[in-house]
Design a protein around this ligand. Structure first.
Ligand SMILES: [Zn+2]
Length: 469
């Protein structure tokens, strides 16, 4: 038997030697940008509003071709999740990097460029998913490819997950992964969507890293009365009682309660805001209830998302009752969208709602007994958070605000399993949202330059957290 080494092996050894030699410096960002744009546009061009398979297969192919074996894990045939892992030496627990492949639907008539064309125009890329969430999926993919090609030695495994169904059907995505494949995604930290870098007037003002989110818990108000002929008004009219209850709940703003994340958020936001607005951010932190509630009044009117961050929020969103104009119905029902602070005592909160309603004819109950378990708060003194802050300063030269989002994300399921999750995202102009280019808007777009800067951030954070020391 001759001991000739196959040519392919020599070639591949030489190839990796070149890559290892490059290892010490930064990646060739020019080349990375071309490749980033190619994958980003390819992902946007798949219409993944309810069928992620083509995008998932694309990701698997790219990972496989780059020597990172990827799996498709599937609850429903059209909706696979893509999972891949780079092995570390096991000194630290893994890091999971997420990006969801599905998007919300589109009304194509509202788009200047076709929503799945990924058209580049004036420095932007247009398309559904450009900022939710094919940006995160692309950045995570590029980081995996760079880690592999540069053969970066790792102290922890880096796990890539492109999940399906985030937009209202997490059963097929993160729900399925946590229920059926948790050991394969179990990690100390996770990075996902939910954060952002805010630019105002074209300048970066601050970064938001999501460390916490509110917990959705619907409450129903059901009024019971006597039915009868509409020509004879009754004191027990269920519609009237329900209307009174909804009006009381609508006017009520539950107590302000801050936590480590929101306290830090408002303090830091005040430090980078113009004085007239900064005053309100500082005032909500005041121990004087009068000062606090005056600031809250201003936020409720002018910045409702900030007002919601202060408390468990209640919004009456469905009102049902009656079926004929000449019949007094015996029952009417309203549904309240309640977003609880993560540490809210749900049962005690329900009692508070009962006291506010204060009407024995109106029953107050949870809409569903199915409760999303409250999760682990991502700690501000963790290695991951500190690494994020440092990397954000390096890449964006700006301050980081830890943020509690008022809505829920796929991180909820992971936090419930003890994974510390952080939401990040690329920079966008604050002026762009009101123009109708935000996530879930009639149109969606991202600045090309900010896509590339975000890939860099992702790379820096992941390598800093996972690289062997
Ligand atoms: Zn999303």
């Amino acid at each position: 038997m001759t001991s000739r080494i196959p040519a392919a092996l020599i070639a591949s050894a030489a190839f990796s030697a070149v890559l290892v030699a490059q290892n010490t410096g930064q990646p060739d960002w020019k080349a990375v940008e071309e490749e980033t744009m190619r994958h980003y546009q390819s992902l946007i061009r798949f219409d993944t509003t309810a069928k992620e398979r083509p995008a998932a297969e694309y990701l698997k192919k790219v990972l496989d071709e780059n020597g990172i074996p990827a799996q498709l894990l599937t609850l429903e045939p059209d909706r696979p999740n893509v999972l891949a892992r780079l092995k570390g030496n096991g000194k630290k627990r893994p890091l999971l990097v997420l990006g969801h492949t599905d998007t919300v639907s589109v009304d194509a008539a509202k788009w200047k460029f076709p929503p799945f064309s990924a058209t580049r125009d004036g420095g932007y890329v247009y398309g559904r998913g450009t900022i939710d969430d094919k940006d995160n999926a692309t950045a995570a993919l590029m980081t995996m490819l760079l880690l592999k090609r540069r053969a970066v030695p790792l102290d922890r495994d880096v796990i890539f997950l492109a999940e399906s169904g985030e937009e209202g059907n997490s059963r097929v995505g993160i729900g399925y992964m946590v229920a059926q494949h948790f050991p394969e995604i179990d990690a100390e930290y996770c990075l996902a969507e939910g954060g952002s870098i805010t630019r105002i007037g074209g300048e970066v003002k601050y970064a938001r890293v999501q460390t916490l989110e509110k917990v959705p818990r619907g409450i129903e108000l059901v009024s019971h009365g006597i039915s009868g002929h509409g020509s004879i008004p009754l004191k027990s009219n269920a519609i009237v009682h329900l209307a009174g209850a909804v009006a009381k709940v609508g006017a009520w703003r539950p107590d302000i309660r801050l936590n480590e994340t929101t306290g830090t958020y408002f303090r830091r936001l005040a430090s980078v805001s113009p004085p007239d607005v900064a005053k309100y951010y500082r005032d909500v932190l005041s121990t004087d209830p009068k000062v606090r509630s005056a600031a809250d009044d201003w936020l409720f009117e002018n910045e409702p998302s900030h007002s919601s961050m202060l408390r468990t929020s209640v919004s009456p969103n469905i009102f049902q009752g009656g079926y004929r104009s000449n019949v007094i119905p015996s029952e009417a029902k309203a549904t309240l969208d309640v977003r609880m602070l993560p540490d809210e005592d749900a049962a005690a909160f329900l009692e508070q709602v009962k006291r506010v309603v204060n009407d024995p004819a109106v029953e107050v109950r949870f809409a569903s007994q199915e409760v999303r378990p409250s999760g682990t708060t991502a700690r501000l003194d963790s290695e991951a958070y500190k690494t994020l802050e440092t990397a954000i300063t390096r890449v964006y030269n700006t301050i980081t605000l830890p943020t509690m989002s008022t809505g829920a994300t796929d991180m909820a399921q992971l936090r419930a399993k003890g994974v510390q999750c952080f939401g990040i995202g690329p920079a966008a102009d604050m002026e762009d949202g009101p123009k109708g280019f935000g996530a879930h808007s009639d149109q969606e777009r991202l600045l090309e330059s900010e896509l590339h800067r975000f890939v860099r951030l992702n790379w820096e954070v992941v390598t800093d957290l996972a690289r062997a020391r």
